[in-house]
Design a binder for this molecule. Sequence first.
Ligand SMILES: [Zn+2]
Ligand SMILES: [Zn+2]
Length: 108
Amino acid sequence: MFEHITANEIAGYTVGALLVCATISAPKIDSFISVSQRRSLNMCTRCGNLKVVSCTKCKGSGAIKEEAFTFNLVDESYQSSSRPKSQSICMKCKGTGRFRCRECFKSP
Ligand SMILES: [Zn+2]
Ligand SMILES: [Zn+2]
């Protein structure tokens, strides 16, 4: 799900990791730093310049795992589809797993 990672993003994570080490006893400050540090690198504070944000419902996978699947009667039709029957397409993101970043695409 991180195939669009950029050099900026890697640099951001590197600096962020150092800051995390310095403030490891203050997790709340850690999240504050990651935002302010992205801002200082001129990165989008919402998506880190990825231009997309992961779907919160399916965590970017585009599919929802079904723990108790009760479609036994239609098993055959599900098996003929390309998706494993233990997963269903996330309706929130329509299976894409991500949305366009509103911060990057909002009108100025
Ligand atoms: Zn989703
Ligand atoms: Zn963005």
